[in-house]
Design a protein around this ligand. Structure first.
Ligand code: ADP
Ligand code: MG
Length: 281
């Protein structure tokens, strides 16, 4: 249902003043170069690559935070640039994003109830009772139970994991078809990581959400992703079912990524414990 075709994003680099001289064209960063993939409803595609490989740019292009230099994204057969131009509110009901830093993503002055209910207000929902009910429902769904004990809290009164749950609640309250999660657990403690990863997996399957799960390390992909796309310097160098890519990577860069995990951080659990795989599946 999400179809990305030849997606490309070039940024003009600030190559000193040279780029301002007549006849000199500025240099270009090829952040994303001809990326294509599809994600079905309820499916999680992992987009994995080292820092600077173009993952976040891809994510931002998909949710309309950036305009592609070339290529297209379609959602349920409709070109997303067209859909967004025609009805921005409707587009943002369909497509949501979760970020790495849940603290930075939440206005510290607002309560959990405000933060999670706000997207409905933006969408023009005026029925306060209906908003209150929806907020309680999604809070329970993301594991903030009982919801009543979180409603009047502010972000600084929550743990990192709870804050990310608030961000997830806010993202799903509009019942999106497509969710981009950009390094959603990179800033969380290892024990919390697995809970959040399982939550994302469950939401994708239960709600039939197509999800792009972006990460720079392969530690959590086994527990959340159905398929992987390995990104290197703006291009997808390998795709396949998650077990196949991890067990028998065909691209040298993927091999290097897998080999790099233990040396990069000896404390990182490389593959999820079996119990987590079962619970997530
Ligand atoms: P990743 O998320 O994989 O770490 P990014 O998508 O953030 O990678 O960045 C890919 C490349 O594009 C990097 O070289 C980065 O410096 C460059 N880039 C990202 N955003 C911008 C921007 N707004 N302006 C210029 N260059 C950018
Ligand atoms: Mg990034």
């Amino acid at each position: 249902m999400i179809e990305v075709r030849d997606l490309t994003k070039h940024y003009a680099t600030a190559a000193g003043l040279r780029s301002l001289l007549p006849g000199r064209r500025g240099e270009v960063t090829r952040a994303v170069e001809g990326v294509s993939f599809t994600i079905g409803a309820g499916e999680v595609l992992g987009l994995v690559g080292e820092s600077g490989s173009g993952k976040s740019t891809t994510g931002r292009l998909l949710v309309g935070l950036e305009t592609p230099t070339a290529g297209s994204v379609s959602i349920d057969g409709t070109d997303s640039a067209t859909a967004r131009a025609r009805d921005r509110k409707a587009f943002h009901r369909q497509v949501q994003m979760i970020f790495q830093d849940p603290y930075g993503a939440l206005n510290p002055q607002h309560t959990v109830e405000d933060l999670v209910g706000r997207p409905l207000l933006y969408q023009g929902v005026r029925d306060r009772a209906a908003i209150a009910t929806s907020v309680r429902t999604v809070l329970a769904e993301v594991g903030l139970s009982p919801p009543e004990s979180y409603l009047s809290k502010h972000p600084h009164q929550l743990s990192g994991g709870q804050r990310q749950r608030v961000c997830i609640a806010r993202a799903i309250i509009l019942e999106p078809r497509f969710l981009v999660a950009d390094e959603p657990v990179s800033m969380l403690d290892v024990s919390i990581k697995w809970e959040i990863v399982r939550l994302l997996k469950r939401l994708a399957s239960d709600r039939g959400i197509a999800m792009l799960y972006i990460t720079h390390d392969l530690a959590t992909v086994g527990a959340v992703c159905d398929r992987l796309a390995i990104m290197y310097r703006g291009r997808i160098v390998e795709t396949g079912p998650v077990e196949e890519v991890l067990a028998a990577p065909s691209d040298p860069y993927t091999c290097a990524l897998i080999a790099a995990i233990p040396s990069a951080d000896p404390d990182v659990i490389r593959v999820p414990p079996p119990a987590f795989v079962q619970a997530a599946g």
